[in-house]
Ligand binder design. Structure first.
Ligand SMILES: *Cc1c(COP(=O)(O)O)cnc(C)c1O
Length: 450
């Protein structure tokens, strides 16, 4: 009999988040005020975020304790399982051992509640009554709606218009947890009205939706803003994933030769990879592979520069790999990976060659997703299917060389709300989008000079 799942007891859950900023050298460059272009101070962030999260954002403490109330909510679905993909290995005929950590067991179906619960908690501590946010594919909005409900906070979600139409059930999910959802660009904000005036048919983008949510929060005293990825504290909250995975890989008697994850803003990738970083810095042989879509290739084709996090240029400038804040990517099905930038921490690690990056077209990604569903059973979300593609390719490379490598990837969500994308693929209608060289060149020209 073989072991398929490596499980932890609730008592084995991590008690602290791991802050990779304690170990990363050189440190990341500071965020800059969008107007003065001087390093932004805590006061610049205070209208948008509670002070504890601002502190976490710049902290160099290696470990930050997870409050009991957050751990209690985590226990609704954590610890999450780690699987050995025996069936997939067999189908590939590879000598490699493939493991995956599965975050789709959370209430919202992805890794996102790990930070949503933490952010709602600190907001509650500091008296926030209402939180605004943006959502692309709907995963972040769902997670925050769930978390806000748990903390008794009102939640307003600006949902990228294209997704709002494609994924009505994500909207229903958010509303089931009590959130209010509008399609972005909306008429509720000046940023939204400006976009609609220029293009009434605008499909929206994450950058536009962020502008709307930030404007809404900045205008009201009782309201703060919450971001589901990119920021340092968000990536830190996700490190419960990697800390659990380390213990589970020990139970499986296997140390990973590589850790693979998809990257949109970089939070799930940081969550599984960061806890392994001290090993790599100490000289251990372990590769970290970040996988992105060819249609939105910030790490593989972008520029490492200061840029805005949103389209309207209201957020602080952050140093990251970017395709330009005005870039609107093609409507690929991996909605969660359609962001022009990348977390500064992940960007820095790519720059320092601690992390490798690669990109795939979506038909190759869905081919991997379907092979995974037909062997392992779980229907993966389109985003982590990028990681599955890379894991399969690495396993096939092992088949050629005969190497018995240990491959660990993060399956950060299920695809139950993405069946129209599967339908598109299975009926042969899915197309790949060429890298929009011309569009990106235009957007790159709009990156501010710093
Ligand atoms: C949001 C999301 C992503 C992309 O965001 P990251 O911050 O890069 O993790 C990827 N997969 C799933 C399932 C998501 O919900």
């Amino acid at each position: 009999m073989v072991t398929h799942k490596y499980l932890l007891d609730e008592s084995e859950m991590p008690r602290s988040w791991y802050n990779v900023q304690a170990d990363l050298k050189p440190a990341i460059d500071p965020a800059l005020h969008p107007g003065t272009k001087q390093p932004a101070g805590p006061g610049d962030f205070a209208p948008l975020f509670p002070m504890e999260l601002i502190k976490q954002e710049v902290s160099r403490e290696r470990w930050i304790e997870i409050p009991d109330q957050i751990q209690d909510i985590y226990k609704l679905w954590r610890p999450t399982p780690l699987y050995r993909a025996h069936n997939l290995e067999k189908a590939l005929g590879t000598p490699a051992r493939i493991f995956y950590k599965y975050e789709g067991v959370s209430p919202a179906g992805s890794h996102k509640p790990n930070t949503a619960v933490a952010q709602a908690y600190y907001n509650k501590q500091e008296g926030t009554k209402r939180i605004t946010t943006e959502t692309g594919a709907g995963q972040w909005g769902s997670a925050l709606a769930f978390a806000c409900h748990n903390m008794g906070i009102e939640c307003k979600v600006y949902m990228v218009s294209a997704s709002y139409k494609q994924k009505p059930y994500r909207k229903s999910m958010m509303e089931s947890w009590g959130a209010t959802v509008v399609a972005s660009p909306s008429r509720d904000t000046q940023a939204g009205r400006n976009v609609l005036a220029a293009n009434p048919e605008s499909p929206g983008s994450l950058g536009i939706a962020i502008s709307e949510a930030v404007e809404d929060a900045a205008k009201r005293d009782d309201t703060k803003y919450s971001l589901g990825s990119v920021l340092n504290h968000v990536l830190m909250h996700q490190t419960v994933i990697g800390q659990e995975a380390i213990k589970q890989m020990e139970k499986a008697n296997a140390y990973p030769d590589m850790v693979i994850g998809c990257v949109g803003g970089g939070s799930s990738f940081g969550g599984i990879v960061f806890p392994f970083v001290p090993d790599k810095l100490a000289g251990k042989k372990i590769r970290f592979i970040a996988v992105e879509p060819e249609a939105c290739p910030s790490l593989t084709r972008g520029k490492f520069a200061y840029d805005f996090g949103d389209t309207a240029g209201m957020t602080p400038l952050i140093k990251m790999y970017t395709l330009g804040h005005t870039f609107v990517p093609n409507p690929i099905h991996a909605g969660g990976l359609r962001y022009h930038g990348m977390a500064p921490l992940i960007s820095q690690m790519v720059k320092e060659k601690l992390v490798e990056a690669r990109a795939y077209h979506q038909t190759k990604v869905f081919e991997a997703a379907v092979q995974f569903a037909r062997t392992e059973g779980i229907i993966p979300a389109p985003e982590p299917s990028h990681a599955i593609r890379a894991a399969i390719d690495e396993a096939l490379a092992c088949k050629k060389t005969g190497e018995k490598k240990n491959i660990l990837f993060l399956l950060c969500g299920h695809g139950h709300f993405d069946m129209s994308a599967y339908d598109n693929y299975l009926t042969g209608k899915m197309v790949d989008y060429a890298y929009p060289e011309e569009e990106v060149r235009k957007a790159m020209a709009a990156i501010p000079a710093v």
